[in-house]
Design a protein around this ligand. Sequence first.
Ligand code: CA
Length: 241
Amino acid sequence: MADKYNQGGQTVKQKILVVEDEKTLSKVLKFNFEREGFITEIAFTGEEALEKIEKDAPDLIVLDIMLPGIDGFEVCRRVRKNHDIPIIMLTAKGEDIDKVLGLELGADDYLTKPFNPRELLARVRAILRRSAHNNTDNIKKVIKLDTLRIDLLQRKVYLKNKQVDLTAKEFALLSFLASNPGQVFSREQLLEQVWGYNYYGDARTVDVHIRHLREKLELDPKNPEMILTVWGVGYKFREAR
Ligand code: CA
Protein backbone atom coordinates (compact mmCIF):
# COMPACT_ATOMS: atom_id res chain seq x y z
CA MET A 1 0.00 0.00 0.00
CA ALA A 2 2.83 2.37 0.84
CA ASP A 3 4.73 1.27 -2.21
CA LYS A 4 5.10 2.87 -5.57
CA TYR A 5 6.82 1.60 -8.66
CA ASN A 6 10.07 3.03 -9.91
CA GLN A 7 11.08 3.03 -13.54
CA GLY A 8 12.52 -0.46 -13.34
CA GLY A 9 9.16 -1.73 -12.12
CA GLN A 10 10.47 -2.44 -8.62
CA THR A 11 8.52 -1.22 -5.66
CA VAL A 12 9.97 1.53 -3.51
CA LYS A 13 8.60 2.72 -0.20
CA GLN A 14 6.92 6.08 -0.17
CA LYS A 15 8.37 8.83 1.96
CA ILE A 16 6.46 11.10 4.29
CA LEU A 17 7.86 14.17 5.97
CA VAL A 18 6.15 15.14 9.22
CA VAL A 19 6.74 18.78 10.16
CA GLU A 20 5.66 19.26 13.77
CA ASP A 21 7.54 20.68 16.74
CA GLU A 22 5.42 18.89 19.36
CA LYS A 23 7.66 15.89 19.98
CA THR A 24 4.98 13.55 21.32
CA LEU A 25 2.68 14.10 18.37
CA SER A 26 5.41 13.85 15.75
CA LYS A 27 6.62 10.59 17.29
CA VAL A 28 3.11 9.13 17.33
CA LEU A 29 2.66 10.05 13.67
CA LYS A 30 6.03 8.62 12.70
CA PHE A 31 5.23 5.40 14.54
CA ASN A 32 1.86 5.10 12.79
CA PHE A 33 3.23 5.82 9.33
CA GLU A 34 6.15 3.44 9.72
CA ARG A 35 3.87 0.67 10.90
CA GLU A 36 1.99 1.11 7.62
CA GLY A 37 5.18 0.79 5.62
CA PHE A 38 6.06 4.41 4.91
CA ILE A 39 9.53 5.81 5.34
CA THR A 40 9.02 8.70 7.73
CA GLU A 41 11.17 11.70 8.54
CA ILE A 42 10.46 14.37 11.13
CA ALA A 43 11.33 18.05 10.95
CA PHE A 44 10.81 20.17 14.06
CA THR A 45 11.15 23.60 12.47
CA GLY A 46 10.22 25.22 9.18
CA GLU A 47 13.86 25.68 8.25
CA GLU A 48 14.60 22.02 8.88
CA ALA A 49 11.55 21.09 6.81
CA LEU A 50 12.71 23.10 3.79
CA GLU A 51 16.13 21.45 3.98
CA LYS A 52 14.70 17.96 4.21
CA ILE A 53 12.29 18.58 1.35
CA GLU A 54 15.19 19.46 -0.97
CA LYS A 55 17.35 16.62 0.30
CA ASP A 56 14.87 13.76 0.65
CA ALA A 57 12.19 14.66 -1.93
CA PRO A 58 9.28 13.27 0.13
CA ASP A 59 6.14 11.96 -1.57
CA LEU A 60 3.92 13.81 0.85
CA ILE A 61 4.30 16.42 3.62
CA VAL A 62 2.26 16.62 6.82
CA LEU A 63 2.73 20.22 7.87
CA ASP A 64 1.73 21.85 11.14
CA ILE A 65 0.99 25.57 10.96
CA MET A 66 2.34 26.50 14.38
CA LEU A 67 6.11 26.07 14.24
CA PRO A 68 9.02 27.93 15.77
CA GLY A 69 10.68 30.27 13.25
CA ILE A 70 9.21 30.00 9.76
CA ASP A 71 5.62 28.86 10.25
CA GLY A 72 3.68 26.27 8.26
CA PHE A 73 2.04 28.89 6.01
CA GLU A 74 5.41 30.16 4.86
CA VAL A 75 6.81 26.63 4.42
CA CYS A 76 3.78 25.77 2.28
CA ARG A 77 4.22 28.89 0.16
CA ARG A 78 7.90 28.18 -0.44
CA VAL A 79 7.34 24.51 -1.26
CA ARG A 80 4.61 25.44 -3.74
CA LYS A 81 7.01 27.66 -5.65
CA ASN A 82 9.09 24.73 -6.80
CA HIS A 83 7.28 21.52 -6.02
CA ASP A 84 4.08 19.67 -6.57
CA ILE A 85 4.45 17.51 -3.46
CA PRO A 86 1.07 16.95 -1.77
CA ILE A 87 0.72 18.81 1.53
CA ILE A 88 -1.69 18.07 4.38
CA MET A 89 -1.84 20.97 6.82
CA LEU A 90 -2.47 20.48 10.53
CA THR A 91 -4.58 23.40 11.65
CA ALA A 92 -5.93 24.72 14.91
CA LYS A 93 -9.62 25.39 15.47
CA GLY A 94 -10.68 28.68 13.93
CA GLU A 95 -7.99 28.61 11.26
CA ASP A 96 -8.95 30.15 7.93
CA ILE A 97 -9.50 27.02 5.83
CA ASP A 98 -10.16 29.01 2.66
CA LYS A 99 -6.68 30.38 2.95
CA VAL A 100 -5.14 26.96 3.63
CA LEU A 101 -6.77 25.29 0.64
CA GLY A 102 -7.02 28.35 -1.59
CA LEU A 103 -4.77 29.74 -4.26
CA GLU A 104 -2.56 31.55 -1.82
CA LEU A 105 -1.28 28.39 -0.16
CA GLY A 106 -2.63 25.51 -2.17
CA ALA A 107 -2.45 22.76 0.42
CA ASP A 108 -4.09 19.52 -0.72
CA ASP A 109 -5.99 18.82 2.48
CA TYR A 110 -6.10 19.73 6.16
CA LEU A 111 -6.94 18.23 9.52
CA THR A 112 -7.93 20.18 12.58
CA LYS A 113 -6.22 19.28 15.84
CA PRO A 114 -6.84 17.17 17.80
CA PHE A 115 -7.34 14.37 15.29
CA ASN A 116 -7.15 10.60 15.18
CA PRO A 117 -3.92 9.38 13.51
CA ARG A 118 -6.02 6.83 11.60
CA GLU A 119 -7.95 9.68 10.03
CA LEU A 120 -4.68 11.27 8.94
CA LEU A 121 -3.54 7.96 7.50
CA ALA A 122 -6.78 7.68 5.50
CA ARG A 123 -6.25 11.18 4.08
CA VAL A 124 -2.63 10.40 3.23
CA ARG A 125 -3.64 7.27 1.34
CA ALA A 126 -6.38 9.07 -0.55
CA ILE A 127 -4.03 11.83 -1.67
CA LEU A 128 -1.25 9.47 -2.67
CA ARG A 129 -3.71 7.40 -4.68
CA ARG A 130 -4.90 10.53 -6.42
CA SER A 131 -1.42 11.74 -7.18
CA ALA A 132 -0.43 8.29 -8.45
CA HIS A 133 -3.30 8.60 -10.92
CA ASN A 134 -2.10 12.00 -11.95
CA ASN A 135 1.29 10.37 -12.31
CA THR A 136 2.96 13.24 -10.53
CA ASP A 137 5.69 11.18 -8.91
CA ASN A 138 7.53 14.41 -8.18
CA ILE A 139 7.33 15.55 -11.77
CA LYS A 140 6.44 19.18 -11.65
CA LYS A 141 3.36 20.27 -13.54
CA VAL A 142 3.83 23.95 -12.97
CA ILE A 143 7.16 25.71 -12.95
CA LYS A 144 7.45 29.19 -11.49
CA LEU A 145 10.25 31.72 -11.54
CA ASP A 146 9.57 35.24 -10.35
CA THR A 147 6.50 36.33 -12.33
CA LEU A 148 6.87 33.57 -14.92
CA ARG A 149 4.62 30.53 -14.70
CA ILE A 150 4.88 27.54 -17.01
CA ASP A 151 1.98 25.12 -16.99
CA LEU A 152 3.43 21.93 -18.42
CA LEU A 153 0.13 20.07 -18.63
CA GLN A 154 -1.81 22.78 -20.38
CA ARG A 155 1.28 23.87 -22.29
CA LYS A 156 0.71 27.50 -21.44
CA VAL A 157 3.05 30.21 -20.24
CA TYR A 158 2.08 33.21 -18.15
CA LEU A 159 4.00 36.32 -17.31
CA LYS A 160 2.53 38.43 -14.51
CA ASN A 161 -0.63 36.30 -14.95
CA LYS A 162 -0.96 37.25 -18.61
CA GLN A 163 -0.67 34.47 -21.14
CA VAL A 164 2.31 34.64 -23.48
CA ASP A 165 2.04 33.22 -26.99
CA LEU A 166 4.89 30.85 -27.75
CA THR A 167 5.49 28.62 -30.73
CA ALA A 168 5.61 24.89 -30.09
CA LYS A 169 9.40 24.85 -30.33
CA GLU A 170 9.78 27.87 -28.07
CA PHE A 171 7.58 26.17 -25.52
CA ALA A 172 9.52 22.91 -25.79
CA LEU A 173 12.85 24.68 -25.37
CA LEU A 174 11.63 26.76 -22.44
CA SER A 175 10.03 23.87 -20.61
CA PHE A 176 13.11 21.69 -21.11
CA LEU A 177 15.46 24.35 -19.71
CA ALA A 178 13.07 25.27 -16.90
CA SER A 179 12.61 21.62 -15.90
CA ASN A 180 16.36 21.48 -15.27
CA PRO A 181 17.07 24.78 -13.52
CA GLY A 182 20.71 25.64 -12.97
CA GLN A 183 21.91 22.98 -15.38
CA VAL A 184 23.96 24.19 -18.34
CA PHE A 185 23.23 22.73 -21.78
CA SER A 186 25.28 23.14 -24.93
CA ARG A 187 23.52 24.12 -28.14
CA GLU A 188 24.08 20.58 -29.44
CA GLN A 189 22.48 19.07 -26.35
CA LEU A 190 19.49 21.36 -26.71
CA LEU A 191 19.09 20.46 -30.37
CA GLU A 192 19.14 16.82 -29.47
CA GLN A 193 16.75 17.16 -26.52
CA VAL A 194 14.29 19.64 -27.97
CA TRP A 195 14.46 19.08 -31.71
CA GLY A 196 14.99 15.39 -31.19
CA TYR A 197 17.80 14.67 -33.58
CA ASN A 198 21.42 15.43 -34.24
CA TYR A 199 21.16 18.68 -36.01
CA TYR A 200 24.51 19.03 -37.69
CA GLY A 201 25.93 22.42 -38.40
CA ASP A 202 23.38 24.98 -37.49
CA ALA A 203 23.40 25.49 -33.76
CA ARG A 204 22.23 29.03 -34.42
CA THR A 205 18.71 27.64 -34.50
CA VAL A 206 18.99 27.43 -30.72
CA ASP A 207 20.27 31.00 -30.46
CA VAL A 208 17.37 32.31 -32.51
CA HIS A 209 14.82 30.54 -30.34
CA ILE A 210 16.53 31.71 -27.17
CA ARG A 211 16.46 35.27 -28.48
CA HIS A 212 12.74 35.02 -29.23
CA LEU A 213 12.03 33.58 -25.80
CA ARG A 214 13.95 36.39 -24.15
CA GLU A 215 12.11 39.00 -26.18
CA LYS A 216 8.83 37.53 -25.04
CA LEU A 217 9.69 36.78 -21.44
CA GLU A 218 12.51 38.93 -20.15
CA LEU A 219 12.04 42.43 -18.80
CA ASP A 220 15.26 43.46 -20.53
CA PRO A 221 16.06 40.89 -23.24
CA LYS A 222 19.64 42.17 -23.48
CA ASN A 223 20.20 41.50 -19.78
CA PRO A 224 18.23 38.32 -19.24
CA GLU A 225 17.46 37.16 -15.73
CA MET A 226 15.83 33.82 -16.47
CA ILE A 227 17.37 32.29 -19.57
CA LEU A 228 21.07 32.82 -19.02
CA THR A 229 24.01 32.52 -21.37
CA VAL A 230 27.00 30.58 -20.08
CA TRP A 231 29.79 31.87 -22.26
CA GLY A 232 31.60 29.25 -24.27
CA VAL A 233 29.21 26.54 -23.08
CA GLY A 234 25.56 27.20 -23.76
CA TYR A 235 22.45 28.16 -21.85
CA LYS A 236 20.80 27.56 -18.54
CA PHE A 237 17.58 28.47 -16.78
CA ARG A 238 18.13 30.33 -13.52
CA GLU A 239 17.26 28.57 -10.28
CA ALA A 240 14.61 30.09 -8.06
CA ARG A 241 16.07 32.29 -5.33
CA1 CA B 1 3.23 22.82 16.39
